[in-house]
Design a protein around this ligand. Sequence first.
Ligand SMILES: *Cc1c(COP(=O)(O)O)cnc(C)c1O
Length: 356
Amino acid sequence: MQSKWEENVRKVIPYIPGEQPKDTGIIKLNTNENPYPPCDGVERTLRDFRVDTLRMYPDTDSTELRDALAERYGVGYEQVFLGVGSDDVLSMAFLALFASDKPVLFPDITYSFYDVWADVYKIPYKTVPLDDNFRIDPDKFNQPNGGIVFPNPNAPTGVLESIDTVEKIVSLNKDSVVIVDEAYIDFGGVSAVGLVEKYDNLLVVQTFSKSRSLAGARIGFAIGSRQLIKYLNDVKFSVNSYTMNRLTQACGLASVLDEQYFCDTVKKIIKTRERLKDELFSLGFKLTDSMANFVFASHKDVSAKVLFEELKKRKIFVRYWDKPRINNYLRITVGTDEQTDKLIEALKKILSERGV
Ligand SMILES: *Cc1c(COP(=O)(O)O)cnc(C)c1O
């Protein structure tokens, strides 16, 4: 029975994040975390952190971190927006930039948080079908809309679109804001950051969670025109001004300053990813050419659901969605070389047990 007051409640079906098991013996390849630790500078920052400063509120503008990001990406300080993870950035962007009666467009197979934000903020939306190879047809985004959002590379497919395709979508839609969610761009793609000078309706969103090994610290950012970033900040400061704490700001800064470690870590993951693709292919998997820190794979003889459950029994966690078009695929995060060996070994056993 529904109580009377419940009529006044905003009801939503929340996003379901990947499982975070307490058991430490698990090979965790289900939420695209980086298998390597953050750079040494982050450890040093935490060790030397002046605890007495926690008495005081943090810098609401995260000035040092924003400055460092502006320098790293060759844009102005006023072109950088910071959030508590890119989920926070994207959520603020939906709230601030998609205030139209026309539908927001995103691919039919994509990050499953987009429709949740649209629902919670009561934003109409429409999905645009990807083709059979999970590719975006930019012409399909040439229709009336109140905004556009898509990840590049896409999630959970890992498929990367060229910068020309991205530019085509932005240039076809100068009357609405286009958000490119670049959570995985560092693993082999070309960022659209270089286009923000040319298009004031483009917002590029990135995160420290994957390529910078800081998922637990919660840092995301967006780069766009000064005007766009001002609108975003106006809404952010109307919701909560002190979102990013002092510790996080300091760790984020340390991470941006160690470019060498960032490059080395990304290179290692790309190398392991390509090996993982080859090994899975030899085992009879069909794969997208993922340019992210995960692979997206489907086996010709054994269903993804069975593989998911069998791997779980062996304490290897990957991701599976029982959703149209992708319900025979596994999304597997690229781990260390050692984790990859164990994964391949487990898959070989599971397949041979089934006579494959
Ligand atoms: C991981 C991910 C995010 C969110 O990451 P944060 O940890 O909140 O920064 C956003 N978009 C996509 C497509 C992702 O895969």
